[in-house]
Structures are given as structure tokens and as C-alpha cells.
Design a protein around this ligand. Structure first.
Ligand code: 13P
Ligand code: SF4
Length: 322
């Protein structure tokens, strides 16, 4: 069914009506909603599961639903589709890409890995299925350290595409992985000077940093970790104030889980922009989620030959994360 935004089904539904319709369609179609912590609060609140990239992949593996609506970005939908090829996987807006995934062209990456045939290839989950198909082990920010540490000390490794996460893993493991030169446009723009300034105003505040940030920001951190790890730290810490250097969507779950604590978003270099928001993540809306469930579109498709290769490094990651 092709339903346009101005059709009777879409016209003028309030947020409450959209939520009711989403709940009804979910039941009718045996669908499950998975959301990443960078989604808008209204989507996180109605999701069946929210999580970081690793949790979303782990949950996808356990689902019996016929339809997964992955409220996140394209590579997250692709990962779910590769894990569950028999299910329909929808992403409310297929234009929800990722600058980090886009910084790694599969053909260039293939040449890079071919130039280093004695290296094991580790790819961050923020990659296209085609790059995963060229990979030995996929990792996320939750498990990259554990997986690298489990490998023999003399194992030569290529790590792509995030140079910042790669640098961080090199620094904590003492490895010398060969890094692909990619980055996330959101995490690269946090201002060291402004975080130091905030720290002076809030000396007791703990600094929470995602490892996609640049090294000068990472060294200011009390905790470096995935979105889920930063949330756990905030929940379990005795501190009452936190400076948060990652995408601002996570503040929703942080404030919800810790209503008595104060979360201060780390400022970007350019204070006139909302550049601590991932414009790709924010393409998904409640209305597009409703439309996706109603029309069962847009659907994630992965070339079966690519999927057959990409599933191996994803499975390897899931096994090594247990
Ligand atoms: P997490 O796996 O930590 O949730 O990160 C995903 C991501 O895209 C960070 O920018
Ligand atoms: Fe990709 Fe960066 Fe957005 Fe995460 S925040 S999805 S790495 S563009």
C-alpha cells in the first residue's frame, strides 16, 4: 500500500493517535520496534527495546516477530536484516545514513585490505554490509576492547573505519592497529576548550565521552564508553552532575533513569549549531514510524551474496561478546 503524507490515513493524527495506531499495527502485524538511544524521546518511549548498537544486534537475534522496525540508521537496519534474513526489516526513513559508514568506501577498503594480506580485518559496526563482507570480525564501541584483547598479541590488525575509536583501542590495549582514516561528523566537533570551561563551572561533574570523539576530548573523560556504558555509569555513579560528550538523544534516557541528576550536553565548537545532534538519526519521526508500519515500507534489502559474507564477522562478534 502506498500512503502519502497527505492521505486520509496520515492526515492530522495527533501524537497520541499516532502512538495508539502504532500499538495497534504492531499487534496486528506481529512487529517489534527497536530504537537506538539517539532517537527522539517519543520514539524511545514507545519502543519495545532501546539499546546501543551491540544490544540492538543481540536483541534482533532473539526475536520471533515477523517485522522489525529499526528506529536508528541504515547500517543498524542492515545488521538486523543480515542477522534475520527471513524477517521484514523497516527503517522509518531510509535516508538515515551515517557519516562514519560513508567514510569507508567498500572498493577503497578492499584495496586497503588487499595491500595488507597478513592483517586481520576488524570493522566497526558503523559500516555498510559491503564493508562488513570484507571483514573478519565486526565490533561495536561496547566490545571492541574485549575483542581486540582476546586476539594474540602479535596479530596484525586493520581497524576501520573510525580513526578515533581505533586510536582509543590502540591506547588502552597497547596495540598498533593500522587505522582507516574515517570519522563521525557529530563526535568530532566537541570542543575541548568548552568542556574545560564547563568543568571549571561544575568541578564535581563527571565527564562522559563516546570513543568516537577525538583524542583530546577522550583524555578529559571520567568514563569512555558506548551509549549503554555511559548510561550505566550515570545510573551507578554517586555524582550528581555529568558533562555528556555524545549525541544529545541519549540525554532523554539519562534524565529518565536519573531524574535527580543533572546532565549537561558538551558544547560543539560552533555554538550556533545543533551539531551535537545526529541529523541522520533525527530523520526518523513518530509519523514516519507509523507510516512504515502501515505500508511495510521502506524495507531494508541486502544483496544475498553480500549478506552471506557479512553474517560471518557479525556472528563472530556476537560469539565473542558472550
Ligand atoms: P553505540 O554503539 O555506542 O550506541 O554507538 C552508535 C553510534 O552510532 C555512535 O555514534
Ligand atoms: Fe553515524 Fe555519527 Fe550519527 Fe552515530 S552519530 S549514527 S556515527 S553519523
Amino acid at each position: 500500500m502506498n500512503v502519502e503524507n497527505n492521505s486520509p490515513e496520515m492526515k492530522g493524527l495527533s501524537a497520541e493517535e499516532l502512538k495508539r495506531e502504532i500499538a495497534r499495527l504492531k499487534k496486528e502485524k506481529n512487529a517489534v520496534i527497536l530504537a537506538h538511544y539517539y532517537q527522539t524521546g517519543d520514539i524511545q518511549d514507545i519502543a519495545d527495546y532501546i539499546g546501543d548498537s551491540l544490544a540492538l544486534a543481540q536483541i534482533a537475534e532473539t526475536l520471533t516477530a515477523d517485522i522489525i522496525v529499526l528506529c536508528g540508521v541504515h547500517f543498524m537496519g542492515e545488521t538486523a536484516k543480515i542477522i534475520c534474513p527471513e524477517k521484514k526489516v523497516l527503517v522509518p526513513d531510509l535516508a538515515a545514513g551515517c557519516s562514519l559508514a560513508d567514510s569507508c568506501d567498500p572498493e577503497e577498503f578492499a584495496r586497503f585490505t588487499a595491500d595488507h594480506p597478513d592483517h586481520l580485518v576488524i570493522s566497526y559496526v558503523n559500516t555498510s554490509a559491503a564493508v562488513k563482507a570484507l571483514t573478519d570480525i565486526v565490533v561495536t564501541s561496547s566490545n571492541a576492547r574485549k575483542i581486540v584483547e582476546a586476539l594474540p598479541a602479535d596479530q596484525k590488525i586493520i581497524f576501520g573505519p573510525d580513526r578515533n575509536l581505533g586510536n582509543y583501542i590502540n591506547s588502552v590495549t597497547g596495540r598498533n592497529m593500522l587505522l582507516w582514516n574515517g570519522a563521525c561528523h557529530v563526535h568530532e566537533q566537541f570542543s575541548v576548550e568548552k568542556i574545560i570551561e564547563l568543568k571549571k563551572q561544575h568541578p564535581e561533574a563527571k565527564v562522559l565521552v563516546h570513543p568516537e570523539c577525538k583524542q583530546p576530548v577522550v583524555v578529559l573523560a571520567d568514563k569512555v564508553g558506548s551509549t549503554a556504558a555511559l548510561l550505566d555509569y550515570a545510573r551507578n555513579s554517586d555524582a550528581s552532575e555529568f558533562i555528556v560528550a555524545t549525541e544529545s538523544g541519549i540525554l532523554h534516557e539519562m534524565k529518565k533513569g536519573c531524574p535527580d541528576k543533572t546532565f549537561i550536553p558538551a558544547p560543539p565548537n560552533d555554538s550556533t549549531c545543533a551539531c551535537n545532534e545526529c541529523n541522520f538519526m533525527k530523520l526518523n519521526t513518530l509519523e514516519k514510524l507509523y507510516k512504515a508500519l502501515l505500508t511495510e515500507q521502506p524495507e531494508i534489502e541486502v544483496d544475498p551474496e553480500v549478506a552471506a559474507k557479512a553474517i560471518r564477522p557479525i556472528k563472530k562478534m556476537l560469539e565473542m561478546s558472550k
